[in-house]
Design a protein. Structure first.
Lengths: 105, 551
């Protein structure tokens, strides 16, 4: 998975969200349409083109106290509207490490 | 063990107060993330996939038992009950909360542990041989010099904003356990013809995107001149090192581009300006540092105690002893390596319970001292041979007696995509699967010494370039793909591995490694011929053919 830290241009190929880490504790959060952050991917605002993505990202980055390291991440939206991570990195960020017991909470 | 003086304690405590204030201002919004980032990095705090990661220094890999207990406490109170020992004698906590970090730092400061300069573009934790001070044949304890350099470089303004991070490793033994040839500066303690202590100085080693083996820049620098010589190297680097391109900013690139001869001349010229300055070290300074290291009062013990003779009848004990116990410079004592590579578990992880129990065992059997090695294992450096059977039983109960040190399941792996925001692919699950494939101890012993190193991206934190077998995870078309190299090594004969062919998918990696190992077993001339010797004799072609013939 190409690290989002290496992303230079904002170009999206499908539905995407803005994700970041909450500032005070670092947990994974998603930008919502209500201009706040949620730990629940189902509450994330979906963007579908680069202009929407740029706008959502700019607004997210501006909320520097709420969350840090905001970037655009791909998602898949099912026919029922269910949102799933669009790649392995985001899957791991959402559901946790893939390495077994010693890393579990 | 080294005892901090009042200056050290004040420095560490003041740093906690300073960082507490910085965190408070960050959380209130007074500091932006851009402003705060450099401050948190100077205190070992990264932002990773799931959370902040907190990296704590274990200078030259030496820990007292109260320090190990403090690390266990941090793991339990502020994290998820475990820590991860890294390839540079640090420990990382993967789930720390920023708001609680000052408290964690304060708890560590009480036992003289800190996170200063464990990240950022400065002088990182000075590392050394985990067998320092106890290895037979050692010139002298390299930690004394490590400590000297640690003191000189900690918060040194000239070294706080280098073009890029800078790492120094020191060894005093012919067999290099500190991987000095893959460091920005590698120091090997030697004696000159007059019997004076000094250093062979290497420069420009490093892995990552552009790997280089360090080159000898000076065959002998007298001990009294080592600070000025290091400073001269750093001044040349500070002046000429690139700051415009992060991928070309390490000193290895400068040394490569200038050539070692020209770089050496620049350093020599700079050195002549400063070598007779206050940087020249008085013997009293070294003696003062030496006096702050405490050494055990060893007993006079027999070479072969009855307890050890009797325990030899236990095949499991003997398997562990032969694998994990090494000779000590003092008769009747041993160095015991504690494998943090149990089958199927993440390499280098230890739970809070294991750390606490190990601290108890170190108090009981190792004069209260623990060591941390770059191979992501621990060691008890002063174990009486008579105590080995009892220690083994206790370690076994803790899951810390896997007899796989230096064998194929003693895998070095970075955290990879499971934790790291820079990673392109997972490392730990690959390591876990490989340990399951080679779990049979007889098979692992039959294979013999074989180091597998795994990195989840080109930054090479798993040192894949210098693994006997190196595995590098990359991303291709959205999938994890792994490149396999063979023939690397990180010791005194350090070498970079050679790629054997196209990358393979996540699910195929363990099969490929099995093929490489089977090829080795079929190709070696005799059982004593190690994997590296076979690769050296035959090159990579036979292995390549074996792996790709059916793929």
């Amino acid at each position: 998975m190409t690290s989002p830290l290496e992303q230079k241009k904002i170009k999206i190929a499908g539905p995407s969200v803005v994700t970041a880490n909450r500032t005070w504790d670092g947990i994974v959060v998603y930008r919502t349409a209500a201009k706040s952050w949620s730990a629940d991917l189902s509450e994330a605002a979906i963007v579908r083109n680069s202009d929407e993505a740029k706008t959502l990202l700019a607004e997210s980055v501006a909320d520097d106290v709420g969350a840090v390291g905001a970037y655009i991440a791909p998602v898949q939206v099912g026919a029922d509207g269910k949102i799933e991570p669009g790649n392995l990195r985001e899957q791991i960020r959402r559901t946790g490490v893939t390495i077994g017991q010693s890393a579990q909470a | 063990m080294y005892a901090y003086d009042e200056i050290d304690r004040t420095l560490v405590n003041e740093r906690v107060s300073e960082f507490r204030d910085q965190v408070k201002r960050r959380l209130s919004g007074e500091l932006t993330e851009d402003e705060f980032k450099i401050l948190r990095l100077q205190n070992g705090v990264y932002l990773q996939l799931h959370a902040y990661m907190f990296r704590v220094a274990i200078p030259y890999g030496t820990l007292a038992t109260n320090q190990l207990r403090a690390l266990a406490h941090v793991a339990r109170k502020y994290d998820r009950g475990y820590g991860h020992f890294t390839t540079r004698q640090n420990i990382q906590f993967n789930w720390i909360k920023l708001a609680e970090l000052p408290d964690a730092l304060e708890d560590l400061a009480k036992v003289g542990i800190h996170a200063m300069q464990t990240s950022g573009n400065n002088m990182r934790n000075v590392t050394s041989d985990q067998w320092a001070g106890v290895a037979p044949g050692e010139i002298e304890d390299p930690r004394i010099w490590s400590e000297l350099i640690r003191q000189h470089t900690t918060l040194h303004p000239e070294f706080s904003f280098l073009p890029r991070k800078f790492k120094i490793a020191i060894t005093a033994s012919d067999h290099d356990r500190a991987a000095i040839k893959i460091h920005d500066i590698g120091l090997k303690l030697i004696k000159n013809e007059k019997g004076e202590t000094g250093f062979e100085v290497l420069v420009g080693g490093g892995l990552g995107r552009t790997p280089f083996i360090g080159k000898t820049i000076k065959h002998f620098v007298h001990g009294r001149d080592i600070l000025s010589y290091i400073e001269a190297i750093l001044r040349v680097y500070n002046q000429y090192g690139r700051r415009d391109n992060i991928y070309k900013a390490r000193i290895k690139i400068l040394v490569h581009e200038l050539g070692i001869e020209k770089f050496s001349r620049e350093v020599e010229e700079e050195w002549q300006h400063i070598r007779n300055s206050s940087l020249q070290i008085d013997d009293e300074v070294i003696e003062d540092i030496r006096s702050r290291f405490s050494y055990p009062n060893y007993e006079k013990l027999p070479h072969m105690p009855d307890e050890l003779r009797q325990a030899a009848a236990d095949a499991d004990f003997e398997a562990w002893r032969k694998n994990s116990v090494a000779p000590h410079k003092v008769q009747g004592y041993s160095i015991v390596t504690i494998s943090l590579k149990p089958i199927g578990k993440p390499p280098g992880d230890a739970t809070a319970e294991q750390m606490e129990a190990l601290a108890d065992l170190a108090d009981k059997y190792s004069f209260g001292e623990i060591r941390v090695g770059h191979e992501q294992n621990l060691a008890l450096p002063h174990v009486a041979k008579r105590d080995l059977p009892a220690l083994w039983k206790a370690l076994d109960k803790l899951g810390l007696a896997t007899p796989n040190v230096n064998l194929i399941t003693d895998i070095i792996a970075c955290p990879g995509l499971d934790y790291c925001s820079l990673a392109n692919a997972r490392s730990i699950p690959i390591a876990q699967e490989l340990t399951r494939r080679f779990a049979n101890h007889e098979l692992a012993n039959l294979i013999g010494r074989l180091h597998i190193n795994i990195s989840g991206c080109i930054n090479a934190c798993g040192h894949h370039h210098v693994g006997h077998i190196g595995i590098l995870g990359v991303e291709k078309n959205g999938e994890e793909v792994y490149q396999i190299t063979i023939g690397g090594r990180a010791d005194e004969n350090a070498a970079l591995g050679t790629l054997i062919g196209p990358g393979v998918k996540f699910d195929e990696v363990a099969d490929v490694i099995e093929d490489v190992v089977e090829a080795y077993l079929a190709l070696r001339e005799r059982p004593e011929e190690l994997f590296m010797d076979t690769v050296k004799r035959l090159g990579v072609e036979p292995f390549k053919e074996r792996v790709y013939a059916t793929r």
